[in-house]
Design a binder for this molecule. Structure first.
Ligand SMILES: Nc1ncnc2c1ncn2[C@@H]1O[C@H](COP(=O)(O)OP(=O)(O)OP(=O)(O)O)[C@@H](O)[C@H]1O
Ligand SMILES: [Mg+2]
Length: 385
């Protein structure tokens, strides 16, 4: 069991000659403090540097700068096999000619552990992962989910300080993925081990993580609990990444009428629930509202639009609609009674309207005019535990 700390870790790949415009940094000065026993998920779009970060921690890639600490030991320059870490890859990388038992025991054989001790440990781990019946089979005779569990068992057999996992479920079909996800969550609870888990799947991140570090172009865009990222995204990037479908984002103006602030855009005119004397000029913003916070309400005058398409999700419907030139989406229980081309009216609770600075994409929060500007940005989200 271990605390894992990363201090200002960067990775610069040499730019190739025909590719001089490309950004050479895959990871830029990332700092994370992962508590003993924590499940931290690295989330982000393809190419944002998740695997590179994990591979540096595992010792498979040399950092350009920065430090990696496991408990109080600086492991930055240690060889991979010296680090008390176990890595599980997306491709299971099992040895096809070895039985399940031999595959699981491999890391112990490589460390010259006595045979009897290996057999005992392999049995223990196989038991935990429900592989007891399969120990004599070879990988070719296993399902994808079983292979994934063998790869996990091989990582667990050494009892490492921390587990590093790079999209370990992405090869599985939807049903197996959700079953293995549940298994991993309960495994983490039972072992109490530190997990650093890479995924670009937000459902995995939301359901498994104690905290999520959302990466964008090699940097940590926001670090926090799944709820914090979902309910208070620090930027339009976070707002647009989490949620399916993601938050509606549209240009709007904040304006004052009789001491109260309103959000105004094409087809939208709704109170923000903020009192403001002496507001002065209108402020251009990027407004955000999650689809599930847009409620159909025929009596509403806040949001008026025209349905363009209705998607049936089974239990719910997604109502795509236009307000002026903007396309928005609302999520409603089925049947919502809306058809394409219908004129619709919706409302939103002001508490669920997010405001972002259009130039920087950063979240704006309201405060009293005498303290300076009307809106301010939060402090940068990158912090330690
Ligand atoms: N060996 C390498 N040489 C040069 N560039 C690399 C190398 N490995 C990765 N990169 C670049 O670094 C960036 C980050 O890659 P990385 O594999 O870490 O992304 P990722 O977040 O894991 O993406 P994915 O979700 O697709 O796996 C990408 O732009 C990639 O092209
Ligand atoms: Mg990757």
């Amino acid at each position: 069991m271990a605390r894992l700390r990363i201090e200002q870790l960067s990775k610069k790949f040499g730019a190739s000659k025909n590719d001089t415009d490309a950004d050479p940094y895959a990871v830029r000065s990332v700092s994370l403090d992962i508590a003993d026993g924590e499940f931290l998920v690295l989330l982000g779009p393809s190419g944002c540097g998740k695997s590179t970060l994990l591979r540096m921690i595992a010792g498979l890639e040399e950092p350009s700068s920065g430090r990696i600490l496991l408990d109080d030991n600086d492991i930055t320059d240690q060889a991979p096999q010296q680090r008390d870490l176990a890595m599980v890859f997306q491709s299971y990388a099992l040895y096809p000619h070895l039985t399940v038992a031999k595959n699981i025991g491999f890391p112990l054989r490589a460390r010259r552990t006595p045979r009897a001790a290996i057999a005992e440990r392999v049995e223990q781990v196989a038991d935990v992962l429900g592989l007891g019946e399969l120990l004599r089979r070879r990988p070719a005779a296993l399902s994808g989910g079983q292979r994934q569990r063998v790869a996990l068992a091989r990582a667990m057999v050494r009892d490492p300080g921390a587990f590093l996992m790079d999209e370990p479920l992405s090869n599985l079909d939807a049903k197996l993925r959700s079953a293995t996800r549940a298994e991993l969550i309960s495994l983490h609870r039972r072992l109490g081990a530190t997990f650093l888990y890479v995924t670009h799947d937000q459902v995995e991140a939301m359901t498994m993580a104690d905290r999520i570090a959302l990466l964008n172009a090699g940097r940590v865009e926001q670090l926090g609990t799944p709820t914090e990222l979902y309910d208070r995204p620090h930027s339009t990037f976070v707002a647009g990444f989490l949620g399916s479908p993601p938050m509606n984002l549209f240009p709007a103006v904040v304006t004052e009428r009789a001491g109260e602030l309103f959000l105004v855009a094409d087809g939208i005119d709704t109170a923000l629930g903020i009192e403001a004397a002496e507001f002065g000029a209108d402020v251009e913003v990027t407004a955000g509202v999650r689809p599930e916070q847009l409620r159909l309400d025929p009596a509403s005058v806040q949001i008026r639009g025209k349905a363009t398409m209705v998607e049936n999700l089974g239990s719910e419907e997604l109502i795509h609609f236009s307000t002026g030139e903007h396309m928005l989406c609302a999520r409603a229980p089925r049947p919502a009674g809306v058809n394409a081309d219908d004129a619709i009216a919706l409302r939103v609770d002001p508490a669920h309207i997010h405001l972002f600075d259009t130039a920087t994409g950063l979240r704006m929060s309201w405060h009293q005019p005498q303290q300076g500007s009307l809106f301010e940005h939060p402090a940068p989200a990158v912090a330690t535990a």
